[in-house]
Design a protein around this ligand. Structure first.
Ligand code: ARG
Length: 462
């Protein structure tokens, strides 16, 4: 097929520089499998509604399946002059089945076609990210289960605050990822609408059946043809889900960057998940976790890029919408690349429990003393002040709370005289928590069971 699809009206072929700017084929070629599946559904609908004969419909479907085969085996080749994936597929179809290919575009426009392709891509991507996310969540649970006794400091202001179980900490990340899963599911559902049959924007005089096309793709049909070609909310939903997931991974990543530093020394990554320095032979760097921090910025950028493209855009197709693809592809690729690494990287890391425990003790136990007093009827504010003074006194004496003699405790507040010494240990402190969802071993056990039950339910397709 010489020249572009719309060439009929034009006296000359496009200038090369314009062609280069205008073409989406270098990046939208990855939509080819979705484009072809959509065209197969459309071709069947054309036959069912007698817009083409049954033989023609069958021939179109056969030809499209052949093109799909070429795409899947990597034999499909495109030209810049194809402009976009839709044109490339149609060009190849005509080469394979001849002029019957010219009937495929009846009752359809590239506007509803590209919108459909993107819906299918988002639906598929949300599903794949979901799988990756479940893998990371399972790894968090397994690592938590495998290290149920380890205690590390919980931080506020990055200052040691209170001892917590490592399992509790890992499960906090699990909860965040669980919410990401819900956002992905929402994006998947929003994407599961077929715009085919909307044509350019206002529908078509041909007797198309959008519900029939949609049903073949396992989708719902659109309600309003103008909305169907104009909206990209479903892509925003996925980009938002990716951006929030990226932010979650960046926070986890930052913690691992800290934990694996010599200053913290809480954990070490397996060699397979670290890299070295080209100049400093001793270096072992947590690059993957740094990239999780780094790529989160890019994911926020991808969301922003599409929001800004859509802002103020009048309804109906505008070429601006061609800019929806690259941020979306970039976000999906980035998220999948991170999720491919995370589970094994978590599983193969080693923890230095002794070092964590040392960091978790000390003045991090001060709240325990204040809570003990409050439990003995001392007003919490009063208890807080008394223990604050005690901490200052200990600092003067160069003692930790555990080492402080009973007289000093009693001097700080008489009720501290009978303090069970076991409370002044990290183990005592975590076990002493009674509240639901807390860091006590009992509560963490329940959280682990709930996490397992959640994952089992997901595996059963829940
Ligand atoms: N390449 C275009 C895109 O990605 C396909 C739709 C073109 N539609 C049009 N009316 N020019 O958005």
């Amino acid at each position: 097929m010489p020249g572009p699809l719309w060439g009929g009206r034009f006296g000359t072929s496009p200038a090369e520089a314009f062609e280069r700017l205008n073409a989406s084929i270098p990046f939208d070629v990855r939509l080819a499998p979705y484009d072809i599946r959509g065209s197969i559904a459309h071709a069947r609908m054309l036959g069912a509604r007698r817009m083409v004969s049954e033989e023609e419909s069958a021939e179109l479907v056969r030809g499209l399946e052949a093109v799909l085969g070429e795409v899947e085996s990597g034999r499909f080749s495109w030209e810049l002059s194809d402009e976009d994936v839709h044109t490339a597929v149609e060009r190849r179809l005509r080469e394979l089945v001849g002029d019957v290919a010219l009937k495929l575009h009846t009752g359809r426009s590239r506007n509803d076609q590209v919108a459909l392709d993107l819906h299918l891509f988002v639906r598929d991507a949300a599903g794949r990210i979901r799988e990756g996310l479940l893998g990371a969540m399972l790894a968090l649970v397994e690592v938590a289960e495998g290290h149920r006794d380890l205690i590390l400091p919980g931080y506020t202001h990055l200052q040691r605050a209170q001892p917590i179980l490592l399992a509790h900490h890992l499960l906090a990340h699990f909860e965040a990822l669980k919410r990401d899963l819900r956002r992905l599911e929402a994006a998947r559902e929003a994407a599961n609408v077929s715009p085919l049959g909307a044509a350019a924007l206002g529908g078509t005089p041909h007797p198309v059946d959008p519900a029939l096309t949609a049903a073949q793709l396992g989708m719902e049909p659109f309600a309003n043809s103008l909305d169907a070609v104009s909206e990209r909310d479903f892509a925003l939903d996925l980009l938002y889900a990716c951006a929030v997931l990226g932010v979650h991974l960046s926070r986890l990543g930052e913690e691992w960057v800290l934990w694996t530093s010599a200053e913290f020394g809480f954990a070490a990554l397996d060699d397979a998940y670290s890299s070295g320095s080209s100049i400093m032979p001793q270096k072992k760097n947590p690059d993957a976790y740094e990239l999780m921090r780094g790529k989160s910025g890019r994911l926020i950028g991808d969301l922003n890029a599409l929001l800004i493209t859509l802002k103020g855009l009048p309804l109906g197709y505008s070429k601006d919408l061609q800019e929806d693809k690259e941020p979306l592809f970039d976000a999906v690729d980035s998220v999948l690349a991170m999720l491919a690494v995370l589970p094994e990287m978590l599983r193969t890391a080693r923890f230095d429990g002794a070092r964590m425990a040392r960091a978790a003790g000390g003045f991090s136990l001060a709240t325990e003393l204040a809570d003990f007093l409050a439990g003995r009827g001392v007003a919490f504010r009063e208890a807080h002040t008394a223990v604050g003074k005690l901490v200052r006194r200990c600092e003067e004496l160069g003692l930790t709370l555990e080492e402080t003699p009973r007289e000093e405790l009693a001097a700080a507040h008489p009720a501290l005289e009978n303090l069970p010494r076991g409370l002044l240990t990290s183990e005592g402190s975590v076990s002493n928590k009674e509240s639901p969802g807390s860091t006590s071993p009992r509560s963490v056990k329940l959280q682990l069971e709930a996490a397992r039950a959640f994952l089992d339910e997901q595996a059963r397709g829940g």
